[in-house]
Design a protein around this ligand. Structure first.
Ligand SMILES: C[S@@+](CC[C@H](N)C(=O)[O-])C[C@H]1O[C@@H](n2cnc3c(N)ncnc32)[C@H](O)[C@@H]1O
Length: 310
């Protein structure tokens, strides 16, 4: 295992994540990387992939023989696969779509209407329509929506339709760095992607594996009476307390294989959640780390648990 690969002593160019994601770890990489296992590993598994920022960091820093990346979001995983396999077509078609959008910068509501038309088309794809679109078109649509929706926030309603509004920012220049995307495409060669529940990753995991788990935050919908119109992060099946307990059982099974496991979970005071998480993972090493921007007094206002079996 070799850390910080360099070319002839020069610092290697960093791989840049290309997806904005709710709960994405790009701003917290410093503390996550400090909590990677010290022992050797040759396999890497990330069952809740999201933007893939941690996977890209691990691929870049270590010599990994085998990577499994999974997320329940089919369109997200398709986007990674298309970037890996067809990066030139993705770039060409994305630029075409973005150019059309930029050309509407001066038209009243032009970009807004364009966004909502593309969101409608995206929801047709989710519904099983969009027959004229191939997997590359769907990836391009995903990338476009991801870059023009509000805060890259992936929210769906109860039926699974994407509900995030337009970001209300007029775009006048391209958001895509072609070289960065090509570098990512190269790095993804050999990565196996799957779209399933995180539990399906179990068969890949053994004592040579580093497993990084970043599940959705606990989201108990029952007490909220307006469930019908609610918009839920990521997918139609929110991570309720019950599902979270199942998740803990999964972590135990991963531990039993001899793998190194790192879990990150927001540490929130709400409903005694913090104490519950501490209690649930009391056999593991737990660190609480300040994340995000410091407040005016320089104190961190958000915290996360980094839980590991090492
Ligand atoms: C907190 S986000 C991960 C963010 C990621 N670490 C990053 O840096 O972008 C949680 C992810 O879990 C996925 N997810 C939700 N439920 C899942 C399940 N049951 N199995 C697998 N993935 C799931 C969501 O689609 C989401 O991408």
């Amino acid at each position: 295992m070799e850390q910080g690969k360099t070319n002839g002593g020069e610092k290697a160019k960093r791989l840049r994540p290309f997806i904005y994601w709710t709960g994405g770890k790009s701003k917290n990489m410093f503390y996550i990387a400090r909590n990677y296992p010290r022992r050797e590993f040759t396999k890497y598994c990330e069952p809740f992939l999201g933007s893939g920022v941690v996977m890209l960091d691990v691929i870049e820093k270590y010599k990994i023989k085998s990577v499994l990346a999974n997320d329940i979001n089919k369109e997200l995983i398709n986007t990674f696969e298309q970037v890996r396999d067809n990066v030139d077509d993705v770039i060409e078609r994305f630029k075409k779509m973005e150019d059309e959008y930029i050309a509407l910068a001066e038209v009243e509501d032009g970009q807004k209407n364009f966004y909502y038309n593309k969101r409608k088309l995206y929801n047709e794809v989710i519904e099983g329509g969009g027959e004229d679109l191939d997997d590359i078109d769907i990836a391009v649509l995903f990338l476009f929506i991801n870059r023009t929706c509000k805060d890259g926030n992936y929210r769906v309603n109860k039926q699974g339709y994407f509900t995030t509004p337009w970001n209300e920012r007029i775009l006048t220049h391209s958001t895509l760095n072609e070289d960065d995307l090509r570098d990512v495409a190269k790095a993804l060669h050999g990565v196996k992607f799957t779209t399933a529940s995180y539990k399906s990753c179990m068969s890949f995991i053994d004592e040579d594996t580093f497993v990084y788990l970043d599940p959705p935050y606990i989201y108990d919908i029952e007490p909220q009476p307006k469930f019908k119109s609610i918009s839920i992060p990521y997918c139609t099946e929110p991570f309720t307390t019950e599902r979270f307990i199942e998740f803990k059982e999964f972590v135990d099974k991963v531990h039993d294989t001899g793998a190194s496991v790192l879990v990150t979970i927001p540490s929130r005071e709400k409903d005694g959640e913090k104490d519950k998480v501490r209690e649930l993972f009391n056999e593991y090493r737990i660190k609480e780390i300040g994340v995000g921007k410091p407040d005016e007094n320089g104190n961190k206002s958000r915290f996360e648990f980094a839980i590991s079996n090492y």
